[in-house]
Design a protein around this ligand. Structure first.
Ligand code: C2E
Ligand code: CA
Ligand code: CA
Length: 510
């Protein structure tokens, strides 16, 4: 169930990542397209500007030639000007200007028209219907000053029309002279038409007095996107799913053992199991030892020797024990009616927990809310861990005593330690390791090593729990030797809380 939930979230995160990358890609492709298309448009516009400049350059050359015919007498010049007009590319007519008055036109001969009708002050290019003087054809007039006169060349507008056509129907180019806009249909407008959804590019000629205005749609076609940013398109099309797959695999990667254990504690997979402890002479239940089990949904029941060392190394042992105690407390409170007063609840503590001082607070929390006299908390500390810091351990054990807990030395006899600590520390119970019970039988019991251990503990007024009791002979021998309490498979293996309630608590309450 949990796994399915995780898979769903991992899939969702991976899918969101793919979408996020594709969104970033879309933004980049859009920006790239804007920039590429703008550059293309600018190049396109510059090309048109260049071609129009070239038309004016040609006209300018013709004006040079026209200036050579000037002799102040229109009748004599007009034939040469007419010939020039018919031979020159673009120029339809030439007009000679003296003192701002047009005096001589290749078309009309002698005339007298004020230049101001065609050109504003200092203006060198104008649009008019002409050629000068006026007619129906739209012309562009180019005026050039020479020493004694000015000459005007009139060029029909249609020479420009082709160049100011857009690349397609949705584009418009305008030739802008003296505030008027000429389009490719030869239409003149005083103002550009307002077209929503369009953008404009403007470029001015550096040599002639005109501008070009490019009006383009403000959106881009799929083709433009593809042509401008094909590489980006393929890169993001591929990167999105690849990143999603990688992320999904990364999230689903096997967790480190530490992380697994952390999650197991968090998910309540570490559970307390209980092994009964009985009175040696009567065989009656006096308490239980709490033994951790990892109930893994994938791997089944994992015994403590496979995860306690890891929990100790990683520091997870403290939160794990705290969690176990909370579960034990909940169980005890639920079953309190079935429990005989003074019931021993033995909990195993690791040295790191004891030395962290937190043990006192954790035991206080555990005992708070449990009716007084219902249980007796037994703090089990392994022998080898008692020896290090004499003063600190003594302080802690005293505080635990003050809380009403009792102290048991676990695995006694396995630590090769100086026995004097049995006297130095405020201990209550000595738990004899199960290795001492080997070959124990009534006939040799008095000569057995375990007899000596029980003897010492009696002298020190300690009570004993002998572990690993598996046979009838063990029980008989230990009765004979006077061990206080017994624990072992002979009475019962560690079982779950519900099983313990069923097998042990229901039995004692009846
Ligand atoms: P321990 O504290 O010495 O616990 C007694 C171990 O002996 C238990 O093993 C128990 O199942 C086993 N045992 C009891 N009676 C017999 C018997 O008659 N014959 C045999 N062959 N074995 C018997 P378990 O439950 O596998 O625990 C192993 C060790 O893991 C414990 O040894 C204890 O050191 C550690 N441990 C278990 N739970 C916890 C815990 O919550 N915290 C800490 N710090 N250590 C724990
Ligand atoms: Ca123990
Ligand atoms: Ca033990």
């Amino acid at each position: 169930m949990k796994n399915k939930k995780n898979t769903f979230w991992h899939l969702l995160i991976a899918a969101c990542t793919v979408l996020a990358l594709w969104s970033i890609g879309a933004v980049l492709i859009h920006c790239q397209t804007i920039s590429t298309v703008k550059t293309e448009d600018e190049i396109n516009l510059a090309g048109t500007l260049n071609r129009i400049d070239m038309i004016f350059d040609t006209v300018n050359n013709s004006l040079d030639k026209a200036s050579h015919f000037y002799n102040g007498h229109c009748d004599e010049m007009v034939t040469s000007l007419r010939q020039l007009a018919s031979l020159s590319p673009y120029s339809r007519s030439f007009s000679i200007v003296e003192n701002n008055v047009i005096r001589c036109s290749s078309l009309e001969g002698n005339i007298s028209v004020a230049v101001s009708e065609y050109f504003k002050e200092k203006q060198k290019l104008s649009l008019s219907y002409g050629p000068i003087p006026s007619s129906n054809t739209l012309v562009i007039n180019l005026k050039r000053a020479f020493q004694q006169m000015d000459i005007i060349a009139s060029v029909p507008g249609f020479y420009f029309y082709n160049d100011i056509a857009g690349r397609n129907n949705s584009e418009q180019l305008y030739l802008n002279i003296n505030g008027f806009h000429l389009n490719s249909l030869g239409q003149l407008r005083a103002q550009l038409p307002e077209r929503p959804g369009t953008r404009t590019l403007v470029q001015a000629s550096s040599r002639y007095d005109y501008k070009l205005t490019y009006v383009l749609p403000d959106s881009y076609t799929l083709e433009q996107y593809y042509q401008s940013a094909a590489t980006l398109f393929y890169v993001f099309a591929a990167i999105g799913p690849l990143a999603g797959i990688w992320l999904y695999n990364f999230l689903n990667r096997p967790k480190s053992l530490r992380r697994k254990l952390e999650m197991a504690i968090y998910n309540g997979e570490i559970q307390p199991w209980f092994q009964p402890q009985v009175d040696t002479s009567t065989g009656e239940l006096i308490g239980c030892e709490v033994l951790a089990r990892w109930i893994s949904p994938n791997d089944g029941i994992i015994p403590p020797n496979q995860f306690i060392p890891l929990a100790e190394e990683s520091g997870l042992i403290v939160p794990m024990t705290r969690d176990l105690m909370q579960q034990v407390k909940t169980w005890l409170l639920a079953e309190q009616q079935k429990i005989s007063p003074g019931f021993h609840v033995s909990v195993n503590f690791s040295s790191s927990h004891i030395l962290s001082n937190e043990i006192v607070e954790d035991c206080r929390t555990f005992l708070t809310g449990i009716p007084e006299d219902l249980i007796r908390l037994v703090v089990e500390i392994t022998e080898s861990e008692v020896l290090n810091d004499h003063k600190q351990i003594n302080d802690i054990l005293t505080q635990l005593h003050d809380l009403g807990a009792i102290i048991a030395i676990d695995d006694f006899g396995t630590g090769y330690s100086n026995l004097s600590y049995l006297q130095d520390y405020p201990l209550d119970i000595l738990k004899v390791d199960r290795k001492f019970i080997a070959q124990l039988e009534p006939a040799i019991a008095q000569r057995h090593l375990i007899a000596g251990i029980i003897d010492i503990s009696k002298k020190l007024e300690l009570r004993t729990v002998v572990e690993g009791v598996e046979t009838e002979k063990h029980v008989e021998s230990l009765k004979m030797l006077g061990a206080t309490w017994l624990q072992g498979f002979y009475y019962g293996k560690p079982v779950s809380a519900s099983e313990f309630t069923r097998t042990w608590l229901n039995k004692t309450s009846t």
